[in-house]
Design a protein around this ligand. Structure first.
Ligand code: CO
Ligand code: ZN
Length: 332
């Protein structure tokens, strides 16, 4: 599983340009699914048929990652850029950007006060000595990602874009463990989550599921002087109560808690004071879809070095498998 996480997190997939990731996932799920298709927005929909009396369950994990878009190239070949998704300015200076064609650049700042650092005070240096040389490598409008390699620390792993390739890895690993599920499962590897839950919105409309569950990262409160939050690395799958996009449907939340209890899966309750997931879009589809989120506790979210604990990842996989095999007749 670590190998899969390494491959997924090192792939290139800023919002809107996720095909390297979805193609990779297509290869990984081959042979485990009854049907694999892609929709207009690029969502990869992997279907696993259940029994006739089963419900339609949509699981969503997003394939896109935060990044940058080039807005201007100056006469000396330096790039200016805007953010794609929630980019923290404090994580940028000295970090590297990679573009689709492999061009690498370093982000640095103009002179001035660190405390007043804003995106428009930053530039990307791709080593070009002139605008003409820069234009042989990058154009205005091109998207880039934060370039960083995967690191295996034992139980804990660091990588860029754990948000949300780790959710993708959970769904891939769960699919491999599911033989004849009770429910018909739609594992949706969504696009454009980081810019407003866009892929999940059209995917859910097309599928019209009985139950929606997002797999995504959540914050933790277990670092030095951290914002208070009762989620820690290594303490199990996090079952979302609420975030800015969703109040988990009580029946979904209770189902997840009950399945953890009966299957001995470690879990913790998550109250996230800001942020959202694909479940925020799914639950507002058509006349409404009962929805919830299984979160993977993650430190340093939206930095180029996001950290997860492999034991929490395992707990999330076990919970997805449990939902897949649960008889939901009369519940949803
Ligand atoms: Co995110
Ligand atoms: Zn995410």
């Amino acid at each position: 599983m670590k190998e899969i996480i390494a491959q997924l997190t090192e792939a290139f997939g800023p919002s809107g340009y996720e095909t390297e990731v979805t193609d990779m996932i297509k290869g990984m799920v081959e042979g485990y699914a009854d049907e694999v298709r892609t929709d207009v927005l690029g969502n990869l929909i992997v279907v696993k048929n259940g029994s006739p009396e089963g419900k339609k369950v949509m699981f969503a994990a997003h394939t896109d990652e935060i990044g940058v878009v080039v807005t201007h190239i100056d006469d000396k070949g330096f790039l200016r850029f805007a953010n794609i998704g929630g980019v923290g300015v404090a994580t940028l200076v000295g970090n590297r950007v990679r573009f689709a064609n492999g061009t690498i650049g370093v982000i640095y700042q103009e002179k001035g006060d660190w405390k007043e650092l804003t995106l428009d005070k930053l530039y990307i240096d791709i080593g070009a000595e002139s605008k003409d040389e820069a234009l042989t490598k990058v154009r205005v409008g091109e998207f880039g990602i934060f370039h960083r390699e995967f690191a295996d620390l034992g139980n804990r792993l660091i990588a860029k874009s754990m948000d949300d390739r780790i959710g993708c890895a959970v769904l891939i690993e769960a699919l491999k463990k599911i033989d004849k599920p009770t429910n018909t499962l739609y594992f949706v590897f969504t696009t454009q989550e980081e810019v407003g839950l866009r892929g999940a919105r059209t995917a859910a409309f097309g599928l019209d599921p009985d139950l929606g569950i997002a797999l995504d990262v959540t914050l933790t409160g277990d670092m030095p002087e951290a914002r208070r939050m009762d989620v820690s690395l290594g303490k199990g799958a996090a079952i979302k109560v609420k975030d800015s996009s969703l109040i988990a449907h009580p029946k979904v939340k209770e189902l997840l808690v009950q399945l953890c209890e009966t299957n001995g899966i470690p879990y913790q309750m998550e109250v996230l004071e800001f942020g959202g997931t694909d479940a925020g879009a799914i639950h507002l589809t058509k006349a409404g879809v009962p929805s919830g989120t299984i979160s993977i506790p993650t430190r340093y979210v939206h930095s180029p070095s996001e950290m997860v604990d492999i034991r929490d990842v395992q707990a999330c996989i076990d919970l997805v498998v449990a939902v897949s095999n649960q008889d939901l007749t009369g519940v949803f």
